[in-house]
Design a protein around this ligand. Structure first.
Ligand SMILES: NC(=O)c1ccc[n+]([C@@H]2O[C@H](COP(=O)([O-])OP(=O)(O)OC[C@H]3O[C@@H](n4cnc5c(N)ncnc54)[C@H](OP(=O)(O)O)[C@@H]3O)[C@@H](O)[C@H]2O)c1
Length: 247
């Protein structure tokens, strides 16, 4: 039953935790990785006790690029055969502060984009050799159009969506699925206390939609589904008009 393991990177994220619960309920073996080692261990132990699932764990910092190859090799050694990898990482940051101070912008770019590219480099090479499996990358609807209120986070997510799109074409040749997830607003640590949110989804609902899209071998999924249509409208607004909106 536990012949293959799912690696979840960013395992302390609310969305990742909801995915981990649903996979553990299905009897999947998991390897959880995240930067807060204590919280990752607590989450792993909780899943192991509640669902009798084999769950291993390790520490992962997205911006510690030089550690990523070693991290992945050690994780593989603990996991045995790899079923697939889910990357649920990022910081929303503060747009106003990031406009004033590049170091804030850098944190946003590195946690949402550069760090993900770095870890997906050994992951993609491994799955390409294995000739099966999947990569699920959590991007955002914010990456579909640059908006004045969050274009630094949005640009990192937009870059991630393009990276995953290219990777998908590369890995399709060997039967490896790459799923780009574009959530709208989700009720998580990231959005806690933020104003201006609407149609807010719960992490459990988002997790279910992500796993369904994986099973259907989709390429891109908007979660909840209606964000696809919202973004069709947002993308279609002509630039001269878009500049005048306070989005
Ligand atoms: N919530 C939303 O409305 C929304 C909408 C669209 C897309 N998303 C995306 O969904 C994904 C999951 O986010 P979430 O909503 O579940 O929020 P979350 O609970 O705040 O999760 C963010 C995760 O990223 C981790 N992280 C941030 N910087 C890191 C770094 N430098 N190294 C390692 N880990 C780092 C956090 O670790 P710590 O626990 O240690 O802080 C946390 O596990 C993210 O990619 C986010 O951009 C969320």
């Amino acid at each position: 039953m536990y012949d293959k393991t799912v690696l979840i990177i960013g395992a302390t994220s609310s969305i990742a935790k909801a995915i981990a619960v649903q996979l553990a309920q299905q009897g999947k073996a998991l390897h959880l990785a995240g930067r807060d080692a204590e919280e990752v261990e607590r989450t792993a132990q909780d899943l192991a006790i509640r669902y009798q699932a084999p769950v291993s764990w390790s520490q992962f910092e997205a911006t510690a690029y030089h550690t990523h190859v070693d991290f992945f090799e050690k994780a593989i050694a603990q996991m045995g055969q790899l079923e697939g990898v889910i990357v649920s990482l990022g910081e929303l940051g503060d747009q106003v502060q990031a406009q004033a101070d590049f170091s804030q912008a850098q944190r946003i770019i590195e946690s949402n984009y550069t760090g993900v590219v770095s870890i997906l480099t050994p992951v993609a090479n491994y799955l390409e050799q294995q000739r099966q499996g999947y990569i699920i990358g959590i991007s955002s609807v914010a990456g579909d159009r640059g908006r004045q209120s969050n274009y630094i986070y949005g640009s990192a997510k937009g870059a991630l969506s393009l990276f995953l799109q290219g990777l998908r074409s590369r890995l399709a040749k060997v039967g490896v699925q790459v799923l780009t997830v574009k959530p709208g607003f989700v009720d998580t640590k990231m959005t806690f206390g933020k104003s201006g949110m609407f149609l807010v989804a719960q992490p459990e609902q988002v997790a279910k939609a992500i796993l369904r899209a994986r099973d259907r071998r989709k390429n891109i999924v908007y979660v909840p589904w209606f964000w696809f249509w919202i973004m069709v409208i947002i993308r279609s607004i002509p630039e001269p008009l878009f500049k005048k909106l306070k989005l």
